[in-house]
Design a protein around this ligand. Structure first.
Ligand SMILES: CC(C)(COP(=O)(O)OP(=O)(O)OC[C@H]1O[C@@H](n2cnc3c(N)ncnc32)[C@H](O)[C@@H]1OP(=O)(O)O)[C@@H](O)C(=O)NCCC(=O)NCCS
Length: 175
């Protein structure tokens, strides 16, 4: 696992409250903080080994945001999926957004924007053809965020979530 210096990606001041936030790669020591943000901010949660396997397999695009006290206030994680190409003759890689969440008190400050832009450029390394994600049809702020990054809705996945809510399937070509 790298040191903070190795994994530091961006130090910035939030748009409104001008707090110092460090964006860096996640390390094993951060997983408890990541899980804490996930459990407070999203109904979808995962067992520890799931986070650990994403960190082991795709460390470049598993990023955290920490405040000046070192507390994890947001994270993003992706995985790469190999799927048949349109004509079915070969396989292509897709970057699949697994999860993103920002602690409520840190929202609308540009943190998700920083996490998405830095992780999308990192996951290109896996030679992906596109970025894909699912989002609850009711999740207005997340949909707006993805539209800002030029994701387009390509379909609806019925009953995608455990509580029965539908998901938009959104896609952006990787260039
Ligand atoms: C969605 C979420 C990650 C956005 O995080 P954030 O740090 O507040 O987002 P940012 O401040 O970086 O905003 C970036 C863009 O997202 C969009 N956006 C974010 N919050 C929004 C809101 N409440 N209303 C409308 N647009 C919003 C805007 O386009 C915004 O750009 P702008 O500030 O220039 O208008 C955050 O609300 C969150 O963690 N929600 C709970 C978890 C979740 O729903 N995750 C997504 C699951 S698919």
């Amino acid at each position: 696992m790298g040191t903070d210096k190795d994994t530091k990606i961006n130090l910035f001041h939030t748009y409104k409250s001008k707090q110092e936030i460090l964006i860096r790669r996640c390390t094993l020591d951060d997983l408890d903080g990541v899980i804490d943000v996930n459990e407070r901010e999203l109904p979808e949660d995962y067992p520890y080994f799931f986070y650990k396997s994403i960190l082991d397999d795709y460390p470049e695009s598993f990023l955290v945001a920490q405040n000046k006290n070192g507390k994890i206030v947001a994270y993003i994680m992706w995985r790469v999926e190999k799927t048949p190409s349109f004509n079915g003759l070969k396989y292509e890689n897709k970057g699949h957004l697994v999860s993103i969440a920002v602690s409520e008190e840190y929202r609308r400050e540009g943190i998700a924007f920083e996490l998405l832009s830095n992780s999308m450029s990192a996951i290109i390394k896996y030679k992906i053809r596109s970025y894909v994600l699912e989002v609850r049809v009711s999740n207005y702020s997340a949909i707006k965020l993805y539209e800002k990054f030029n994701f387009k809705t390509k379909g609806i996945k019925k009953n995608y979530y455990r509580d029965g809510e539908n998901a938009y399937f959104m896609v952006r070509e990787a260039k």
